[in-house]
Write a protein that binds this ligand. Structure first.
Ligand code: GN1
Ligand code: MG
Length: 365
């Protein structure tokens, strides 16, 4: 990117501010993100972002979801007398033509949203208070969207957390054996197969209406929570995958990352262990917001959802390994194999801790 391109894109949003400087921003692996600083002390700064439309096939649809969700949250905040709504929810900005994106001459979609000043995010949880805040932030996000009709939103990525579909893809990858890697993975394939009935139950409950389809975030990592300088929660960011889903996806995925004392691709399986303290803190923070709207089936399955999300992630990584690494970026040749083995070990760890996890949720309720 150069100055002229940045200025041209910024100007297509019809802003009156002048760009003073810009630079790449954040650690995202999917989109390209730039911080745009403007002239003048009291003028806002902005984030200009190119959305990856190889992964997000319907960027206008994705933006429609984001505008519906943020508009709904903003209206709720205003009704509750909140004065700093621009700090409590992301603000996406319209382009001159009224769309929330600009399509450049190479077919890329660009978006512009307000940069929230005096805020920070963290990459990793290092104390229980942070896990509590993350739980509270995502619980509050779901609470605020709990009265928005989910059928208004599109599936940004269809079947994203559909366990039956993921399992079907997994079976296809075994049948096709495109990369000739099935033989070396037979043990782990059997482990994952053995759990398919237990794990596809979640989708079964969605299909038969036992579980409500709500609006979920779908990327509940700690680095998607923004804090102010007094360490208070501001809002949840990265709304690209906001779409209809079960709240169990969000709860389980948060614990998939922050409940594990090791990283998701830890090659040394002995380092993988369960952090009951963070799990407890996250659950308490989450339920402090969500207890009032969750159904009993949702509450009863919070601990199960963690095992579900780790199983799903295991089969997604393994499917990609068997297909010859076509989806996830890899840092070394066996990366998807290492990720799979690491997640399967964590799944076993969660199974060993199932009793404790149920107790913690029960007492948090
Ligand atoms: C991808 O790129 P990142 O880390 O935000 C993936 C998630 C996986 C995650 C595993 C759109 O997310 O679903 O859980 O990798 N996102 C997409 O590391 O597929
Ligand atoms: Mg993301």
């Amino acid at each position: 990117m150069n100055d002229q391109q940045i200025n041209q894109l910024f100007n297509s949003f019809g802003r009156k501010e002048q760009v003073s400087s810009w630079k790449p921003f954040g650690h995202g692996h999917i989109n390209d993100t730039f911080l745009i600083q403007t002239e003048g002390a009291d003028t806002p700064d902005f984030i200009l972002q190119r959305k990856n439309h190889r992964i997000f096939k319907d960027v206008p649809g994705m933006l429609k979801n984001i505008i519906l969700a943020t508009g709904h949250i903003r209206a709720n905040l205003e009704a509750a007398g909140e004065s700093e709504t621009d700090r409590k929810v992301m603000t996406y900005l319209e382009a001159s033509d009224g769309e929330y994106y600009v399509l450049d001459s190479t077919g890329n979609y660009w978006t512009l949203f307000l940069y929230i000043r005096d805020s920070y995010g963290i990459e990793e949880v290092t104390k229980p208070e942070q896990a509590y805040s993350a739980g509270k932030a995502f619980g509050n996000f779901q609470l605020q969207l709990s009265d928005l009709d989910g059928s208004l939103l599109i599936d940004t990525i269809p079947n994203f957390h559909n366990g039956k579909f993921r399992f079907w893809q997994f079976e296809q990858s075994i049948k096709n054996n495109t990369a000739g890697r099935v033989d070396e993975m037979t043990d782990v394939i059997s482990k994952l197969m053995a759990r398919s009935a237990e794990m596809t139950q979640l989708q079964e409950w969605l299909d038969n209406g036992a579980l409500p389809l709500r609006i979920t975030h779908n990327d509940t990592k700690i680095n998607n929570v923004l804090f102010d300088e007094q360490d208070q929660i501001l809002c949840v960011i990265d709304l690209d995958t906001v779409m209809p889903g079960s709240i169990l996806f969000d709860f389980g995925d948060a614990i998939r990352t922050l409940g594990n004392n090791a990283v998701e691709d830890e090659p040394d399986l002995s380092k993988i262990s369960f952090n009951a303290g963070y799990y407890e803190a996250y659950s308490k923070g989450y339920l402090s917001e969500s207890n009032r709207f969750l159904t009993s089936l949702e509450k009863e399955n919070l601990a199960y959802s963690c095992r579900y999300m780790v199983w799903e992630q295991s089969i997604r990584f393994l499917t990609d390994y068997l297909n010859g690494d076509t989806y996830y970026k890899i840092a070394y040749p066996d990366h998807n194999k290492v990720r799979t083995l690491s997640q399967v070990r964590y799944l076993e760890v969660l199974e060993e801790n199932a009793g404790i996890m149920e107790q913690i949720v029960a007492s948090a309720l």
